[in-house]
Design a protein around this ligand. Sequence first.
Ligand code: DGJ
Length: 732
Amino acid sequence: MLHILLITILFNFACLAQVQKKTIPIETLDNIMLLENDSAGHLSMIYLGKKLQRTEEYQQISQQYDHQADYSGVLANAYTSAGSTNLVEPAITVTHSDGNNSLNLLYVTEKRQEISDNITLTSILLRDPVYEFEVELFYKAYYSQNVIEQWSVIRHHEKSPVVLQKFASANLYLKGQGFWLKQFHGDWAKEMQTEESLLTHGNKVLDSKLGTRANLYQPPSFMVSINSPAKEDHGEVLLGTLAWTGNFRFDLEIDPLNNLRLITGINNFASAYSLPPSEDFTTPSFIYTYSSQGKGKASRNLQDWARKYRIYNGTGERQTLLNNWEATYFDFDEQRLSKLIADAKKLGVDLFLLDDGWFGNKYPRNNDHAGLGDWQENKKKLPSGIGYLVAQAKKNQVGFGIWIEPEMVNPQSELYQQHPEWIIKQPARPEYYYRNQLVLDLSNAKVQDFVYGVIDTLLSNNAGISYIKWDCNAVIYNAYSATGVNKSHLYIDYVKGFYSVLKKIRERYPAVEMMLCSGGGGRVDYGALQYFNEFWPSDNTDPLERIFMQWEYSYFFPAIATSSHVTDWGKQPLKFKTDVAMMGKLGFDIVVAKLDEKDLAFSKNAVSFYKSQNSVIWHGDQYRLMSPHENPFASMSFVSKDQKQAIMFNYLVSARYGAVTTSPIKLQGLNPSKYYAVKEENLYPGTLSSMAQGKVYSGDFLMQVGLNPILNVKRTSVIISISETDQKLKKK
Ligand code: DGJ
């Protein structure tokens, strides 16, 4: 923190010499971001990178760049406005109360607040010299994690409302010799596919307009490499993600100076926002981390930040579970479920999770055409109610979890008949369904109360429920709120309504574990994860696909939040499936009764092995050692923070040309001067390891030379534990 003081003193001194010039540092452990205003008052971002050794040299940075092509001096603006001299993509566009569309935001003042030893909050006030309109930019720097959380607050004191046409969270300016965007796309069961490309001049937009389930096609996370595509352990890279569970928009514009203008925030699509005088409009935060040491370091920083500061109970524990979705789909009754509950105990998992199909009477939920909205136990399937199942779980000493999709309604439901005004649809157009359902209008306070009430009733009537899987299967078609005053507020107010329900639930039920699910991974973001313990990455549980998906998710989200279940998807052996599921928060969705003796014994051992390792997987540092995108193998490891324990997951992902691991895979993150005993774990009953069990190597050896997990068509998945030992190397 002494550094910050020194830098600030230096810059303040410089300000005296060069009138009005102010350089504002946003500092973290390894990096610094510099903002500076010019004589006209435009605030620009002049640097983001590794800290310089000599702080006095920060002042020399600007002079090294030729800005002649920046005719109005706003290309590098820290929050670019529209309608005056800026002619590139703006961060903010407004229509003032008098109908004028011009805005010019100039630096007024800044404040710094030490929130804790690790967190500093810098706010910078910008104001329009003509209109009574201002924006405050907030930069929350998490020092040790090298993470910055940025958002803006927009307000005005004009006579009547101002319409916000665009309202970004952050506007960054990155300088370099080329920028490579790594983006993600997908669909149901195809989440987190990745593409990397060199950004060319002009504006590239990544966005979502789907409303709920906003990430179905594209998640609100990306990375940009600077100067060359970054590798795991070298290269400059910025990882960014927007904490917003709705429509988002990222502009990536290569400007005439060949630099990257990055603008991130809520999507302004069909969302003009009418802001009354003296009210604050607070944007969601854009969370980013810069690393000059590759993608691996950046992702570990982000994961650390997420566990400590964002994910609900991110530093805590999780429950392993048995889910019945794929085991039964909608076809179950009390007896069948009671057997499955007993199976959960047999398997050794912590809880049984009852999925879709338990509700609706007039319109029973026996398939996905009916029942959503009518959250009463189906009397035919569950004559003794949820309470009976909770009691069964208790009897079997496992917890009980339940699936719910409270934001939705099927046209075949009592709710649909009772409250047509609660449903998002166009009044004069035919209804259009996604999975035979419509979305309830969470911008309406009455709907918020209804949704909260459903959860509250469920949890207060059944005190034993310790887990909720919150699903969201439909996108918003025909966006229109019957009760909303400003029709273009719907997309934004929906998400705010969603958060206010979750906030209330969390206040009342802090201990209940919650899974964020959206027909798979249609909702994975740090806006929702402040309320949820974990997320469901995809309905695609084919372990081969999951190796790729979880690889990509792991850049932004830690394993503790990444639910991963063993199911019938995929043709791989049970061991392969289980080993893959262990790289996240382990669960099962299988019919335990169908497992033969060996499979059952293997699964039970796997659960107890996972429990012995979970703290390394959940709280350790994750290293992507060998990419399945570039090799016939994938290798991933987790290392405990004290470097005493590591676990290495290895898979054969392509058997072409008789692939075998002919060379060792280098480990990372160990202590080079310590010794480690290496052991293959989670072996299928009756198989022997091809590796020397318990052999001791130095950390130096394991990281310089590496370890061969001996993958081949007969050993497609190998888990290795690496444990510090006092035992030295044996001399011959
Ligand atoms: C979609 C989820 O992703 C599945 O896991 C399951 O819960 C179904 N919905 C139930 O309808």
